[in-house]
Design a protein. Structure first.
Length: 94
């Protein structure tokens, strides 16, 4: 099975923002740049900011990362057990 890829965020790295890109989820920090591959562990629908969203949890054996995608229908080929590559800026929802 191939690896699907999606960027987490877009835009340039702002001055003062961490520029090092980590490749393990366990090394990620809020506002840090990431480029990780993880296995999809769960897929659920949740309410986020008043709207429905796909909640996808991936794991790479160093940690887990939760991704939120706007709910607009099914995401092709995204199933539990698939490997997913994501890159961009990690954020904290807390």
């Amino acid at each position: 099975m191939g690896t699907a890829t999606w960027p987490l965020t877009s835009g340039a790295v702002s001055r003062g923002q961490q520029s090092r890109v980590v490749d393990k989820i366990g090394d990620a920090s809020p506002h840090g740049r990431i480029d990780v591959i993880g296995e999809v562990r769960s897929l659920t629908t949740t309410r986020h900011g008043g709207s429905l969203a796909h909640r996808v949890e991936i794991d790479d054996d160093t940690g887990s990362l939760t991704l939120l995608f706007p709910k607009g229908g099914a995401i092709p080929n995204l199933v539990v057990g698939a490997h997913l590559r994501v890159w961009g800026t990690a954020t904290s929802d807390r």
